[in-house]
Design a protein around this ligand. Sequence first.
Ligand SMILES: Nc1ncnc2c1ncn2[C@@H]1O[C@H](COP(=O)(O)OP(=O)(O)OP(=O)(O)O)[C@@H](O)[C@H]1O
Length: 879
Amino acid sequence: MQTIVLLENRYRLIDPVGKGGFATVYKAEDLRNKTIVAVKEITLRDLKPQEIIDATDTYHREIRFGESLKHPALPRVYAHFMDQDHWYIVAQFIDGQTLEEYRQQLPGGQLPLDEVLSIALRVCDVLTYLHSRQPPIIFRDIKPDNIMRTRTGRIYLIDLGIARQFRPGQRRDTQALGSPGYAAPEQYGSDQTTERSDIYSLGATLRALLTGQDPLDEDTTITRKPVALPEELSELLAEMLARDPAQRPTSIISVQRRLERINARVTSSQAAPIPVPPPAPASTPYYIPSTVAGAGKAPATPKKRSGRLKVIAIAIVLLAVLGFGSDNLLNYISGWTHQSSLAQEPSIAPASQQMLNIAVTSNLDEPLDPATVQRKQSMQIVGMTSAGLLSLNDNMEVVSQLADSWEAGDQGYTWTFHLRHNLKFSDGTPLTSADVAYSLDRALDPAQKYGTASYNLQYIKGADQRSAGKIKSLIGQGILVPDADTIIFKLSKNVGYFLQTLTTTCAVVVEKALVDKYGPKFTNHLSEGGSSGPFELVQNTAQKIVLKPNPHYYDHKPALTTIVFTPYESTQNAYSAYQANLSDFVDNIPSSLIDKVNQDQGFHRSLQLTTTYIAMNYLNKPFDNIKIRQAFALAVNKTLISKEIRKNTVLPTNHIIPEGDPGASATLAGPAGVQTLFGDPTLAKKLLAEGMREEGIASLQTFPQVTLTYPSTADPLRHNEMVIMQKMWKNNLGISVQLQEMPGSDFYQAISSQQGVKNMQMWRLSWAADYPDASDWMTVQFGQNASQNVFAYGQNHNSNMARQREIQHILAQADVTQNLPQRTIMYRSVEQELVNDVAWLPLYQYFDNYVVKPNIHGLTINAMGMVAPDDWPDIYVTQ
Ligand SMILES: Nc1ncnc2c1ncn2[C@@H]1O[C@H](COP(=O)(O)OP(=O)(O)OP(=O)(O)O)[C@@H](O)[C@H]1O
């Protein structure tokens, strides 16, 4: 029996994976999201007072930076919490090892030149990001121990704990931090650390990886391969390692450019042998600190990682602290060691087997034009082959894609984006800010019928006129292109969620040359080039879409060599293909198949930002009374609907801002403060009686006839769902609700305007997020003049009308509040009032149910129903 260690009732510790100065890092399962995370535990007991102060600083910095910084090479921080003796940070789990561990497995501890250059370029990329923050962030501890590498070679910087913001004017750091040998001389207290301190540490790291020699290691007994470095690289390293910061390269970007040139030469001349000069003396010309300024004594020996026994000893203490008895402890530890010694992580399969077959259940005939795609599967393909300035990760955070950095000015009315250096389309032509500008402007062209840009990109100044056909182009007006690497947006409204709008599919880049050549039919020629995402399209027919890695994508190349999308007539057929090993992945599995599919070893589900709700018309009787709305809401048992009708493929909810949206509230109560999801029939009856009294309705006989309207569909479950609610209202309130099924087109036409719903009392509808932001669930639905607000919230004669108006005012203010935490608080407080008012009666949130073969590593669907572009380098076939 194995005892489970559960933190916060949510994180199940699986295995310790690493140990640092103050912290132990565990691989853990987040039971709520069913994902693997890293839990970093800092144990305060046994620390000396100064160590507690240092650990506190480290912890707070790691959280602050981890939560605010977004870069594909920085692990995301999801949560933090503490108990009496420990602090915890929950972060993205990196399935890999540190470069220090990795190099120790290689002969002489040395990495090949091309691999070091590739790592160097990636580290430069993330340092460029950190150094371009305002104020710049100096990492201060670049070393092989703080760089992790996944099995596919993806690189992450860990341990933001000692990073700090550069303060102009401050002469020196208050603390001497960094790691001996890797830290720049000025980090020993003589001067303030700057970007050039990171340049020094990167130089020391690259040198250690190339030579196999630790900067402080004088041991000459180890056999190491003499290193032959291109002359330019030797020169660059010598400059990076100059003792005087003024002698080092001025910026990390200049280092990156030089490394790119060296890399291009090395790659092109790989076949030719490089002459091997005699090895240089280990310690020169590199600076090796002999004293720690201020402390007056020799630097401490570099930290050594503790062995497994020590880790287990710490675990015993941890478990004892968490209240486990000794028997459990022993069971736990034995289970743990047993499991660990047996746990053989499957290895990555050879390139010839890196093929992913995806079964889709609608035709492949939709043109893959980012401006107009509607189907989810098409959006997924577009997201794989086309990149935007920004994208979303699995945690619904906005992360950089083509943009390297960005800044807001003018109180959020101006946004300046700096593109990554040297971007290219898949055909090798340069991708510049002019291409981004062209693509966004094109998406707003009224010729793009059914496009989403007129809505998603509406905040760019002049977008309304462009999409109404009143102006020919936004470029030079709302979109400015001062140079090839910079694009500026001028906004008509300084919404705090502008970045989120740029993650939508309509905001990705298309190649102008291809559109100019083929016009609207350019999507039939995507295999000729034009891809800007991690993959390029090589075949596009009704029978098959084939993708291969885009050789010019800026990020680490995916290990998958081929991805094939094959259409099937039904999900049942797609699942049969999966069972017959013809397909590796099927998503959107409907509830009708769930009993069969959820037995599958590869079954997963991911909560989606899509909610089904009942809308009530504030202008029509009887729903112009809040108590009657509350009575109808509390008479519904949402748990029962989820279980009986939807076979638990949905999550019953009281929330309007759904779980998984960064704005979702953890403390929301349902209408009239009811916390449960199965309603409260007693309270519902009481509220109904009070509401009827207020409205002068003497008895149920004179209660207005109520009709629930819903769009017809082939899915019988929708009808069953309406029938079960009809029964609940009858049983709990004594009211017979009529059901009215309407042809879909008539229904959607009707609910698009207040005039259209004039004769409707309540209707069933679903909403899927455009982007993960609370505004999409608040202002877009309930704001003044919001197109979705056809039920007349804030424009009626209800008793709390004045408050409804105030709420609309708060929403308008929240939209333009630039400070995210403050904005979130505003939306959440409004949401609580809207839920109490039954402005919506939310029923449930959807899961995307999917199967993925166990030998496909890392494939997960995020809350927008997509595989995040950032994930592709870590998705591969195992053997
Ligand atoms: N996000 C992560 N995913 C997987 N493993 C991790 C992660 N973060 C850290 N580790 C592992 O845990 C080890 C210790 O982590 P880390 O270096 O962050 O601890 P620390 O106490 O802050 O270190 P230091 O003593 O260097 O300041 C790392 O060397 C690595 O092996």
